[in-house]
Design a protein around this ligand. Sequence first.
Ligand code: F6P
Length: 361
Amino acid sequence: MKLQRIGILTGGGDCPGLNAVIRSVAKPAMSHFHAKVIGIMDGYEGMVDGRARELSPIDVLGIINQGGTILGTSNKGDPFHFPMGERSNLRIVDASDQVIENYKNWKLDVLIAIGGDGTQIIAHKLSQMGLNVIGVPKTIDNDLDATDLTFGHDSARAVATEAIDRLQTTASAHHRVMIMETMGRYAGWIALGAGVAGGADIILIPEIPFSWDRIFDAVLKRSKGAKFSILCVAEGAKPMGGDVAVKELDRKRTDPVRLGGVGDLIGKRIEEETGLETRVTVLGHVQRGGSPTAFDRILATSFGAVALQAASRGEFGVMASLQEDHVVTVPLKDAVGRQRLVPPESQLVFAARAVGTCLGD
Ligand code: F6P
């Protein structure tokens, strides 16, 4: 297929590596296919509002190592759940017609949608409505089932690992219990990966609900030997028979739940029950910022290249995906709506247990 006009957007929460994908689509699109690349601003929000601009080679120069996204992003721009107005005047409308109209106005041959599960669900719906769409999977959470890995995850895990290293020295100096809360939504990949890499003493993930007594016993035992404890806690971790800690409900988002607060909850209970001095660090958006790791730059570049290749073959309604070291395409319909969670019997869980880490169960 002759590619003349390629639309590209970044949707949902940002993560390191988005610019590397934009670059790996735009460079060959311009130099090899002599196509125009239309950068849509702020994700699907810009696609509804009609905000876009043509990218030039200068725009994608030297951006492989930059975090964030030169296009901007939004997690409140779902065209099928589009917020209009504020607070008491807030209305949720279906603005998908405007997306179709702008796709036609901009004379796009394809839309490349870089984003997590929410972005890919929208991509799938738009593809069912007749648009040529190709997805590229990103998220620090690594919770997309149709790919072995999403880019952004390795960078977030590296940040969280370094944070544990830093917390360990101060925990040891003050003989304290240190709790670090990571992001990850309902998946424990960041907490488990960073916890194992940083040598955390207790790792709590959503897939393995924890027992309060197991945590109290573990920190009390450590207080007699090493005299400090590091807990790496996923924001979606929950006690057995209990529920996740919710920080906020935001109706503007398709999934209104914003997780957060479990670290504080656990910290308070540990101090009450054991008397051990405890401090809590919520790592938050630090995990999403900064430069991507080499691994994420390579994965993002490969995803972008494969997405553009698929477009040139006229293969639409698919998503780039890493499958056993190869980047391939999978149908969007098989890629969306299924979460990739940590299997409780996985090798990483086994490795954590083998070195004596408490998983809270
Ligand atoms: O999905 C990425 C993520 O960073 C999650 O880990 C986290 O729960 C959420 O986004 C935070 O969203 P926001 O940027 O809206 O606070």
